[in-house]
Design a protein around this ligand. Structure first.
Ligand code: CP
Length: 354
């Protein structure tokens, strides 16, 4: 290694799809009441957000992203308990980054065996202790039910950061935030703008896809069609019981296809994921589907991926304008800053900041 050649480029390339958040900020009228109401809620599912609450969250996230230095202290003297009992790169670090950037303090547990759970302590007792030690909990657990066991005993808010195959609501909010930054006109039905969106993934098995579809269904005017692209040879049920019907009843037009290359030239947004955390390990689905720089994508199409990536998403796409997956992950910090601030009763400190 040549120690005289250790300089690096600080500017991120423009092609990483980072639209300026100010256009989204301008597209949404502020109504802080919806944000104040988040103080009395746990965040469990994509189902619990209505259109106006999401819009106000996206507006606040865009406001923070536009000028992060103005928001360095709303969470002073607040403590986050960050409990991740399943591997995570983005969710844990972006939640912790968000809390730090807002001026709060953090206690982090990354291994349940370092807590009393290893000695047989029940989750309700752990939750009772959390009530005394912190102001908000972010939990990722391999078990769907752990979240609900803790909620019963908690008097501070908890955020579901992924519970088995069930849900990952803040990932979905981050996905929606990325889409609306890319195309702010989609937020308002009066603009008569809509997109065709493809999902390469299994809604029945992937918590990211499951929560994303729920949040997407809150804006049915923005989506002319959702195509779920799947492997005809797979024996996995594409949708869970009632899942597709519920989404359709909210106004989403859902179709399915087994032909990725036939679909790609028609799609404005391609959402791809291949991993599902099931039990104590992960499974990979749709291994025959790959996206790369030669894929027949529409010229202006964007790709979203909750990451971690596998072979389904080639790195030669990283330096193309299709790459919105890095922007999606980066924007999650600002979306989580907005949500956390509201959940711990500090919304009034940020609503009037200009
Ligand atoms: N998107 C997501 O949940 O990534 P991590 O597993 O790294 O948190």
């Amino acid at each position: 290694m040549n120690v005289n050649d250790v300089s690096f480029e600080r500017e991120r390339p423009d092609v990483y799809g980072d639209a300026h958040p100010k256009a989204l900020l301008r597209a949404i009228q502020e109504d802080g009441d919806y944000l104040v109401q988040l103080a009395n809620q746990h965040i469990v599912s994509g189902d619990q957000f209505n259109q106006e609450t999401m819009k106000q969250l996206f507006r606040l996230a865009a406001k923070i992203e536009s000028n992060p230095k103005r928001f360095s202290s709303p969470l002073q003297n607040k403590i986050l308990i960050s409990a991740f009992y399943e591997p995570s790169t983005r969710t844990r670090l972006s939640f912790e980054s968000a809390w730090h950037r807002l001026g709060g303090d953090i206690m982090s547990i990354t291994d349940r065996s370092t807590t009393g759970i290893a000695k047989g302590e029940c989750l309700a007792d752990v939750a009772e202790m959390f009530n005394n030690y912190g102001d908000c909990v972010v939990l990722r657990d391999t078990q769907e039910s752990s979240l609900f066991e803790m909620m019963d005993a908690l008097r501070i808010p908890i955020i579901n950061a992924g519970n088995g195959v069930d849900e990952h609501p803040t990932q979905a909010l981050s996905d929606m935030y990325a889409i609306f930054k890319w195309c702010p006109e989609l937020i308002d039905p009066a603009n008569n703008t809509s997109i065709k969106l493809g999902i390469i993934g299994v809604p029945n098995k992937m918590r990211t896809v499951r929560s994303f579809l729920k949040c997407l269904s809150v804006f049915p005017h923005a989506v002319s069609e959702v195509v779920v692209i799947h492997d005809s040879a797979s024996e996995t049920e594409l949708f869970g019981p009632g899942q597709r019907e519920e989404l359709e009843s909210r106004g989403l037009k859902i179709t399915t296809s087994t032909d990725l290359d036939a679909c790609l030239p028609t799609l404005d947004v391609v959402y791809i994921n291949a991993i599902s955390w099931e039990g104590d390990t992960f499974n990979t689905y749709g291994s025959k589907f790959h996206l790369n720089a030669q894929s027949p994508l529409k010229e202006n199409a964007i790709i979203l991926h909750p990451l971690a990536r596998g072979e389904e998403l080639a790195t030669d796409l990283d330096h193309t304008a299709h790459n919105w997956y890095f922007s999606q992950a980066r924007g999650a910090v600002f979306l989580r800053m907005a949500l956390l601030t509201c959940m711990v009763e500090r919304a009034e400190r940020v609503i009037d900041v200009v």
